[in-house]
Design a protein around this ligand. Structure first.
Ligand code: FAD
Length: 412
């Protein structure tokens, strides 16, 4: 017989934004909550550190960076926790294709708009590559468009659906983009502080097992029982098979087939001079570089770089260190006074607690697939950037999915 204690006891597995948002909502709704986090910090793929430049620390985002249009939940949480958003002074959506000099950012915006409209008007299971074929873009402009979209989805244009992709992560609208002042990490840190001792760091979950009456969470060799659990693990970890023991029905696993795992890495280099805001990409090598405002208004003396998808990351040699990528960045941004100090690289595909960067949807992904990704399995509820149908892959999607999973548990 199924039983629920009063107040309900809920385990949240993973203290990224999805898990923290779920935990906050559950606590607000009166639940008893324990958050299990394998790392010694919260935030997961939100991970800010500082880079010392001439003895001064400047924030760097080793994971998620840009706060984009429509981030209502994130903005609300920043306001709640007294965090300020900083306009970066550049646009995530506008990047100069340095190695395709015949293509301007205006060309890219125009063609990107044509592609987005074609994607919105079309029917059927079409990839971004299919839509680029339909609009007939070719040559350097096609190469630049593909590079921009592949960097944003962290996957290849033939792998991802055209629907949504060209409206969200790979939009070409020249909208502003923000970061959380002092580092995006401020948000998960503030959310965790509000949860207090409910968050257990260094608590890797080995198994989650349910029967009719309870959910058992096994961590560090001991077992605790709960009424429900929010599985807020990264898609790459959840589907790895060798990470967390968790029995899932065939319909849930079938829904995973519509999710594409993107892969990305970041690189940060110090500058000897304060630059202007900028956003410049390498079409051939699938990485982009930018300089941006920090809290207080000025541009930070840091060059931020993002590279994706997996094949291109391998070609940049990320599996054996940052030297090759760093050399190519120095060649691309010879306009900047790059310091001699070594770069800081973060390779998410090599992180066992992430196993990739973020997800996108495959061509043909539809509302039923989205519903199946989110649907609970018995007492297990699912949250994470991959679960949100609209802000898939993004911080906002992670937060929204967590709030929804918690609300479903509270609603009984
Ligand atoms: P996660 O943050 O990964 O949280 C899952 C947690 O589960 C982690 O803390 C992990 O340590 C933990 N965990 C794993 N295994 C276990 C276990 N066995 N037991 C317990 N805990 C476990 N988003 C944007 O909005 N804008 C951007 O500009 C942006 N750029 C990005 C750049 C990069 C390089 C990357 C990697 C991501 C970027 N994102 C961006 C995406 C954003 O980081 C994610 O969408 C979001 O942070 C995911 O949150 P989550 O809670 O779903 O997963």
């Amino acid at each position: 017989m199924s039983t629920v204690t009063t107040p309900p006891r809920v385990a949240v597995i993973g203290a990224g934004l999805a898990g923290l948002a779920a935990a906050a909502r559950l606590v607000e709704g009166g639940a008893e909550v324990v958050v299990y986090e394998a790392r010694d910090r919260v935030g997961g793929r939100v991970w800010s550190e500082t880079l010392q430049v001439s003895g001064v620390p400047h924030p760097i985002e080793r994971g998620a960076e840009f706060v984009l249009a429509g981030y209502d939940v994130l903005r609300g949480l920043c306001a709640e926790h007294g965090l300020e958003l900083v306009d970066t002074g550049m646009s995530y959506y506008v990047r100069t294709p340095a190695d395709r000099p015949s293509v301007t950012t205006a060309d890219m915006a125009e063609l990107g708009g044509v592609a987005a409209r074609a994607a919105a008007e079309g029917t059927g299971a079409r990839s971004v590559a299919d839509v680029l074929d339909v609009i007939g873009v070719a040559g350097p402009a096609r190469e630049a468009l593909e590079a921009r979209i592949e960097m944003s989805t962290a996957a290849r244009v033939d792998q991802v659906t055209a629907e949504h992709t060209l409206e969200h992560v790979a939009s070409f609208e020249p909208r502003p983009s923000w970061r959380i002042g002092g580092g995006n990490q401020g948000l998960p840190d503030a959310m965790a502080a509000a949860l207090g001792s409910r968050v257990r760091l260094g608590a890797a979950v080995e198994a989650v097992v349910q029967d009719d009456a309870v959910v058992r969470v096994v961590s560090g060799g001991s077992e605790d029982t709960y009424d429900a659990a929010v599985i807020a693990l990264p898609f790459g970890v959840l589907t790895a098979g060798d990470a967390v023991r968790l029995e899932l029905p065939e319909w849930k696993r079938a829904a995973f087939a519509g999710v594409v795992q993107g892969n990305a890495a970041k690189l940060h280099l110090a500058l000897d001079e304060v630059p202007e805001p900028s956003a410049v990409m390498s079409v051939g090598d699938r990485f982009w570089t930018w300089t941006a405002n920090e809290l207080g208004g000025g541009v930070g003396p840091v060059l931020h770089c993002f590279g994706g998808e997996l094949g291109k990351l391998r070609a940049l040699g990320i599996e054996s260190g940052s030297a090759e990528w760093e050399a190519r960045v120095r060649a691309l941004r010879s306009d900047l006074a790059l310091a001699a100090s070594p770069a800081v690289m973060t390779a998410w595909p090599l992180d066992p607690l992430a196993r990739g960067a973020y997800t996108a949807h495959a061509p043909g992904f539809d509302a039923d697939d989205a519903q199946a990704l989110e649907a609970p399995v018995g007492r297990l509820h699912f949250a994470g950037e991959y679960v949100d149908p609209e802000f898939t892959g993004l911080m906002e999607g992670a937060l929204r999915s967590g709030v929804r999973a918690a609300s479903a548990i509270l609603a009984g």
